[in-house]
Write a protein that binds this ligand. Structure first.
Ligand SMILES: NC(=O)c1ccc[n+]([C@@H]2O[C@H](COP(=O)([O-])OP(=O)(O)OC[C@H]3O[C@@H](n4cnc5c(N)ncnc54)[C@H](OP(=O)(O)O)[C@@H]3O)[C@@H](O)[C@H]2O)c1
Length: 327
């Protein structure tokens, strides 16, 4: 079995969770970590057992022994970080949302294509067995023609001006951080090109959306998405069709449980698949599968899906007149 030398850029919250999953994957080598601070890189490397600790992202990108880089920095930093890795011939798994806007995502994708490198958005939801089970039920017609999706991702986050979530400079806001999940779900089940998107946002004092509400109209279906930092614990998703519905367990994007319901709301099948590690192993396995097969794009998280959702989010922000600095 080929082993891959992984590198992680950024040492924040999700980098820790991801490193935990990497540690449990046999064909992953915890090779390097890069931070803006050498001390943070060293401490992260010691915590998880990475061989190399770099005090700059550039030094890491220039290391010739790295096979694939996982980028776990704030949204505003993704474009520069991804481009740095591509220039240095690295395959990339980049956290969601892959950039601030669709134009950045397009540039990253075309740069990786030019160099023949692998690039994937770390949309772990799309690699999870419960999500794939829902797609299987849907594609085999178990709920009939899709009619309506409701998907929410809302949690209370206390205001902290130093948190990237509230910072325009970091690409903060609920849209890029949270709505990217339900919008991805809607685009997978109803289609990548809604006829119309209508949305509203509550823009906070720092200029990013604290919550938003998005309606997506399709020819014969519609979807309603609500996300934000101001409402506690609303993390459900349901896909309704002419014959029945698919109901995800709580925290729909990372749930281990999904149910198939008939048109009376009675559960007719339930799938429960526990994580082997912490749930991030599935996207790591997908990266390995692609690299093993010499693919530059994942069929589970294709570039077209990433671009479609970035376009939806551009449309929302345009209506809200919410721009990030230097956009
Ligand atoms: N897949 C998921 O479940 C999931 C969950 C949470 C977040 N995410 C995504 O992961 C990314 C990071 O989120 P996070 O919650 O881990 O963020 P975080 O805790 O703020 O960490 C981000 C890290 O990026 C680096 N960084 C580079 N430029 C920065 C800047 N200007 N300000 C602050 N940090 C900067 C820092 O590492 P150094 O100081 O070491 O350079 C920092 O620790 C985001 O794209 C987010 O959407 C995904």
């Amino acid at each position: 079995m080929k082993k891959y030398n992984w590198a992680v850029i950024g040492t924040g919250r999700i980098a820790h969770t991801f490193a935990e999953a990497l540690k449990g994957c046999d064909d992953a080598v915890l090779y390097a970590v890069g931070s803006r601070s050498k001390a943070k890189a060293k401490s992260f490397a010691e915590e998880f057992g990475f061989e190399k600790a770099y005090g700059s992202y550039r030094e890491l990108a220039e290391d010739k022994n790295i096979d694939v880089v996982y980028i776990a920095t704030p949204m505003s930093s993704h474009f520069a970080d991804v481009m740095l890795c591509i220039e240095n011939g690295k395959n990339v798994l980049c956290e969601k949302s892959v950039g601030l806007n669709c134009s950045q995502a397009e540039q990253m994708i075309s740069a990786t294509k030019e160099k023949g490198l692998f690039f994937m958005e770390a949309m772990w939801m799309k690699c999870r067995p419960t999500y794939l089970k829902a797609i299987e039920w849907f594609n085999s017609g178990r709920i009939g023609a899709p009619e309506y999706i409701k998907a929410d991702f809302c949690n209370l986050v206390e205001y902290d001006p130093n948190d990237r979530l509230f910072s325009p400079e970091c690409g903060g806001g609920a849209l890029l951080d949270l709505a990217v999940y339900p919008l991805t779900l809607v685009s997978d089940f109803l289609g990548r090109e809604p006829v119309k998107i209508t949305s509203n946002a509550h823009i906070g004092r720092d200029g990013v959306d604290l919550s938003n509400s998005i309606l997506l109209d399709y020819e014969n279906a519609y979807a309603s998405v609500n996300t934000g930092f101001e409402i506690p614990n609303r993390n459900n998703a349901v896909i309704c069709g002419s014959k029945g519905s698919i109901l995800f367990g709580d925290w729909f994007f990372c749930t281990c449980e999904v149910s198939l319901l008939d048109h009376n709301g009675k559960v007719i099948e339930k799938s429960i698949i526990e994580n082997r590690i912490n749930g991030y192993e599935y996207e790591i396995e997908e990266v390995h599968r692609c690299l093993n097969s010499g693919l530059t794009e994942s069929s589970l998280v294709p570039h077209s899906s990433t671009l479609a959702v970035m376009t939806m989010m551009d449309t929302c922000r345009k209506d809200w007149k919410m721009l990030y600095p230097n956009e």
